[in-house]
Design a protein around this ligand. Structure first.
Ligand code: SF4
Length: 196
C-alpha cells in the first residue's frame, strides 16, 4: 500500500540485526516541527502513514505527533521496538510491537506489559536470527496464547541469517497461527538501498 514513512531519529537499543543503523544517532535526522510533518503528510496524500525509527517512543514529542496524525483521513501505524510502554499511544493508531528475540541481544528490554495493552488492529512482530530464536518465538506465542486474527503475529527472518523457506517449513510443521513476513523493500530495491 502506498505509504508515507516518518522515520524518527535516535534509538537506545542496539539490535544485532538492525537494518537502519543510520537512524540510531539522535542527531542523524533533520529537525521538523510537527506542523511541518503534518503538512508533508497531507501533501503526499497516501492511504497509509507509518511512524518508525530508530525508536519513535524514545522521543519526547512522539505521542503529540501521533495525536495529530490520528486526526487525518488515513491509516496510521506506529512501529516500535517493544522496549517502551504503548499505553499513551492514541487508540486509533495501529501499533506494531517488535518484541525482541534473544538473537537481537536486546530481549531483556521487552516491556511485557505491552502484551496486555494490544487491541484489535495491532500487530506483534518477531525478527528471527536463528532456529533458536524461532523456538523462543514459538514458546512465547504458545505461552501467551498469541496469534489471533485481531492481533496477528508476524515472524520475520533477519536478512541473510534465516532463509524464509526454512521459516515457512518450521511454521507449517508446528502449525503456528502466524504470518511470515519478508523484508519486501530489500527484495525490491536491494539490501543496500536506503530511504525506501
Ligand atoms: S530497535 Fe530498531 S532501530 Fe533500534 S537498534 Fe533495534 S532494529 Fe535498530
Amino acid at each position: 500500500m502506498p505509504c508515507t514513512l516518518i522515520r524518527m531519529a535516535g534509538c537506545p537499543l542496539r539490535c544485532s540485526y538492525c537494518d537502519t543503523p543510520q537512524a540510531i544517532p539522535t542527531d542523524s535526522g533533520n529537525w521538523l516541527a510537527i506542523d511541518a510533518i503534518i503538512r508533508r503528510v497531507r501533501e503526499t496524500n497516501r492511504p497509509l502513514v507509518l511512524v518508525t525509527g530508530g525508536e519513535p517512543l524514545a522521543q519526547r514529542y512522539c505521542i503529540e505527533l501521533l495525536k495529530q496524525l490520528s486526526g487525518l483521513d488515513c491509516i496510521v501505524q506506529l512501529e516500535t521496538s517493544g522496549a517502551y510502554s504503548i499505553q499513551a499511544v492514541p487508540s486509533d493508531i495501529h501499533r506494531i510491537v517488535d518484541f525482541k528475540t534473544p538473537g537481537s541481544g536486546e530481549d531483556q528490554r521487552n516491556c511485557m506489559q505491552n502484551l496486555e495493552l494490544l487491541t484489535a488492529g495491532d500487530e506483534i512482530k518477531l525478527v528471527l536470527t536463528s532456529r533458536m530464536d524461532y523456538e523462543w518465538a514459538r514458546d512465547f506465542i504458545r505461552k501467551n496464547h498469541l496469534g489471533s486474527n485481531d492481533i496477528p503475529v508476524l515472524l520475520s527472518p533477519a536478512w541473510g541469517e534465516v532463509a524464509a523457506s526454512d521459516l515457512c517449513e518450521w511454521v507449517l510443521k508446528d502449525g503456528l497461527p502466524v504470518r511470515v513476513q519478508v523484508q519486501m523493500h530489500k527484495t525490491i530495491w536491494g539490501p543496500e538501498a536506503e530511504g525506501v
